[in-house]
Design a binder for this molecule. Structure first.
Ligand code: SF4
Length: 219
């Protein structure tokens, strides 16, 4: 029992996974408080903190209560909290399919190594592009750590972002799925046209939770 392990939680909610390769699955989201970045287009400023202090046991009880198989651990930046790995460990051992979303500013090598024996664990790692204002904070070596089952995501606002992301993909040759996602509010057809023209080995990702319910909290 981990009754003394606590975390700062922004929110726990149940929705459709709107991004990446698990898009469409009913999923429980555990959003941790705190972020070390300040992206210009951030849609989650309410996660900057502080959050509700909860024990890992309490988080597990809340997650169990939804009765679904997919859990997304997100933020803010979830890897800022030491006990995030303990939570992931508990979730995986309980049989959940866990995806961890991280903002690309923290080295993920040891995380991937720690959970390499769990086929139900995947990492979705962002690389922030210039329009975010945070691209110089990225740990580009993370691209090389991602496995086939993981995901590398670029949020793209304009042509400069697109060129930046394309260069990283062409140079890094990631073995995982690569996702190009337009900044919400930008025309996704433009990004689709660039991907089609360049025949890039990357997938267009739309935030279908926002398509379904608009830009609001808890969906
Ligand atoms: S990493 Fe995510 S939560 Fe943090 S500032 Fe950027 S968009 Fe917002």
């Amino acid at each position: 029992m981990c009754v003394f392990d606590t975390m700062e939680i922004c929110e726990i909610f149940y929705s459709i996974q709107g991004e990446g390769v698990w898009t469409g699955y009913p999923t429980v989201f555990v959003r941790l408080s705190g972020c070390n970045l300040r992206c210009r287009y951030c849609d989650t400023t309410y996660a900057y903190g502080p959050g509700e202090v909860m024990s890992i046991d309490d988080v597990m009880r809340r997650v169990d209560g939804f009765g679904v198989r997919y859990v997304c651990v997100t933020g803010g930046e979830p890897l800022l909290q030491e006990d995030t790995v303990l939570l992931i460990d508990r979730l995986l051992k309980r049989g959940y399919n866990v995806s961890l979303e991280t903002n690309g500013s923290i080295d993920i090598k040891s995380l991937i190594e720690r959970f390499k024996d769990f086929s139900t664990f995947t990492v979705s790692c962002d690389i922030k592009c210039p329009s975010s204002g945070m691209h110089d904070k990225m740990r580009l070596e993370n691209v090389g750590y991602l496995r086939k089952v993981d995901q590398l995501k670029f949020v793209v606002k304009d042509k400069e972002d697109y060129r930046y992301a394309k260069k990283i993909v062409e140079k890094g040759k990631p073995s995982c799925v690569v996702l190009f996602q337009p900044v919400w509010g930008e025309d996704p057809k433009q990004l689709a046209a660039w991907l089609l023209k360049d025949k890039l080995d990357a997938r267009l990702s739309l935030q279908i939770h926002k398509v379904l319910w608009g830009e609001k909290r808890g969906v």
